[in-house]
Design a binder for this molecule. Structure first.
Ligand code: UDP
Ligand code: MG
Length: 310
């Protein structure tokens, strides 16, 4: 009998104490049906302030295929997944959320598609009806905006639940990006890809830690990590309004000649306010990109590990 292939499963965990054991049990059940594979689960504790760390220590002491990485503080979901992949040396690496919203049963399907020769098997979630409508709409809107504004097209509903082949993971590990947006980055890397659709489950325990602020951060990072298109849009906008204001000159002259220029006050103020706003937007866009250059030049690591058991 040949050597068994190993599947590494990466789980980012931020305050997931109530979900860790159940997720592990579910993963074990999946692999009972896949005895031809070895598997390991790499939990990345992203600076949780509940008992996630203790639960992990306990679990790791009873099962030898549990690995954990403990961050020195909260570095965010994307960094946690990245750290997991950086430390995963299986023949395939699967990332899955720690809150059981990504059905572990799908792991079997991911592996089957991988065995057919796909290097990246990713999932697209269709929302369940209990999910708050606002979340569904914002997510829909986000992918639409991303498509128009950024150069990378990411399908609606794609999440960080995917399988990547070892060769993809090996290259991924070497890519330096201070602000990684994994969905985009892995899509950008190419390779043969296959999508799988599934229905998202409700969070099992705890609450979503993606508040509006974090979602906005992810959205902006998604756009500005992948294209300089917003800069072009800024230039077009500026050009368009400059042209429009030139067209305004004949009116100003006419108003002056006919002696009614005082009545132009309202439109004057409006233009000033409008252009003030436009300038701020454009400056903001420039600022975001400069900020990225600044971050990248500092060469800070993506995350800091306090402790790991391997
Ligand atoms: N997560 C993390 N660090 C964070 C926030 C979230 O590692 O700062 C993990 C979290 O434990 C979960 C996954 O990322 O496993 C997705 O988070 P969440 O369920 O809050 O996001 P949502 O499902 O609402 O997109
Ligand atoms: Mg979730």
């Amino acid at each position: 009998m040949g050597l068994k292939k190993t599947i590494s499963i990466v789980v980012p965990a931020y305050n997931e104490a109530g979900n860790i054991v159940l997720l592990f049990q579910k993963i074990c059940r999946v692999f009972e049906g896949l005895p031809q594979y070895n598997f390991e689960v790499i939990y990345v504790n992203d600076g949780s302030n509940d008992s996630t760390c203790t639960v992990l220590h306990k679990l790791a002491s009873s099962y030898k295929n549990i690995k954990f990485i403990d961050f020195s503080k909260n570095f965010g979901h994307q960094m946690a997944v990245k750290a997991g992949i950086d430390h995963a040396f299986g023949d395939a690496v699967i990332s899955i959320d720690g809150d059981l919203q990504h059905p572990p049963e799908l792991i079997k399907v991911l592996i089957e598609e991988w065995e057919k020769g796909y290097d990246v098997v990713y999932t697209l979630r269709t929302y369940c009806s209990e999910e708050p409508a606002t979340k569904r709409w914002t997510s829909k809107l986000y992918y639409k905006v991303l498509k128009v504004v950024a150069d990378v097209e990411i399908e609606e509903g794609s999440a960080d639940f995917r399988l990547i082949d070892k060769k993809v993971a090996d290259i991924f590990r070497k890519i330096e990006d201070t602000d990684p947006f994994l969905r985009g980055l892995i899509k950008w890397m190419g390779f043969s890809r296959k999508a799988i659709r599934y229905q998202a489950d409700q969070r099992f325990s705890g609450s979503s830690t993606y508040n509006f602020k974090k979602m906005m951060q992810l959205a902006v990072s998604g756009i500005t990590s992948f294209s300089t298109k917003p800069l072009h849009i800024a230039v077009y906008l500026g050009f368009f309004f400059a042209m429009a204001s030139i067209l305004y000159i004949p009116y100003v002259i006419w108003a002056f000649v006919s002696g009614t220029e005082i009545s132009g006050w309202a439109s004057l103020i409006m233009t000033v306010v409008f252009f003030g706003g436009l300038h701020l937007v454009i400056l903001g866009v420039l600022g975001i990109y400069i900020g990225k250059i600044f971050k990248q030049t500092k060469h800070r690591p993506n995350y800091i590990i306090k402790e790991k058991n391997f």
